[in-house]
Write a protein that binds this ligand. Sequence first.
Ligand SMILES: NC(=O)c1ccc[n+]([C@@H]2O[C@H](COP(=O)([O-])OP(=O)(O)OC[C@H]3O[C@@H](n4cnc5c(N)ncnc54)[C@H](O)[C@@H]3O)[C@@H](O)[C@H]2O)c1
Length: 254
Amino acid sequence: MSASSTARTVVVTGAASGIGRATACLFAARGARVVATDVNSDGLADLEAGLSSAAGAIRIVHGDVSDPADARRMIETAAREFGAVDVLVANAGIIPLGDVLETSPGAWDEVMAVDGRGMFLTCKYALSHMIPAGAGAIVCVSSISGLAGQRRQAAYGPAKFVATGLTKHLAVECAPYGIRVNAVAPGTILTERVARLKDEPGGPEYLESMAAAHPLGRLGTANEVAEVIGFLASDAASFVTGAVVPVDGGYLAQ
Ligand SMILES: NC(=O)c1ccc[n+]([C@@H]2O[C@H](COP(=O)([O-])OP(=O)(O)OC[C@H]3O[C@@H](n4cnc5c(N)ncnc54)[C@H](O)[C@@H]3O)[C@@H](O)[C@H]2O)c1
């Protein structure tokens, strides 16, 4: 991030673990005021304790991004406590795996509610501050599954296409206000969620095959994704909007 971005107010959803946690830590270490939000209150408390000595200030908000009142509260906390909503990292998500025959209507609704509607709601409420301010940057967390088809992602994959689509449409709509909207498209990242696959049926084989499927020959780390999010949110990316940037060890280049 450039120096001018260091004192910004940043809202990170899904900050209790994985990519969101790494992102909250990266912004805090660089002096940002961070509002970290999640449904996992223990994880948020742990993050808050870990960041007590970081350069920036932190507030935590427990809430569900798919609930409009909660999503609004996450954003309003940033505006009330820190006076602005400069950056939103719309990261919260669930990652259910299953083929089309296994995937129930309820499972489809659940992932669309969290990964789809939750991203829309947090963007919407953040933009209600950014548009009048005439400035702001949003980074949505899509996926390689939001750019190309995969096996056993009959509901999750389409939900990540929502993230990609929302990014592009909001980028065009919000550019006249000086607001940039971009996304990262991570490959398989060894977060807590992905590590748990080792205990699920077929999980170890899936992890091994996914590592081999990334040309760099390994899974990515949450920090490697956070670094690209930090760049896209910063003034260094001032002419970048509507981009969906793969952070995938070359997966989509094949
Ligand atoms: N790990 C990967 O391989 C990978 C790859 C591509 C994209 N992604 C995306 O990255 C994002 C983060 O995933 P991760 O791997 O870090 O997973 P994770 O499970 O470690 O982190 C997701 C966080 O979101 C929170 N969350 C879940 N539902 C929520 C809700 N309704 N409201 C608020 N918070 C909620 C969880 O509690 C958790 O802390 C997701 O959007 C995911 O789709 C992950």
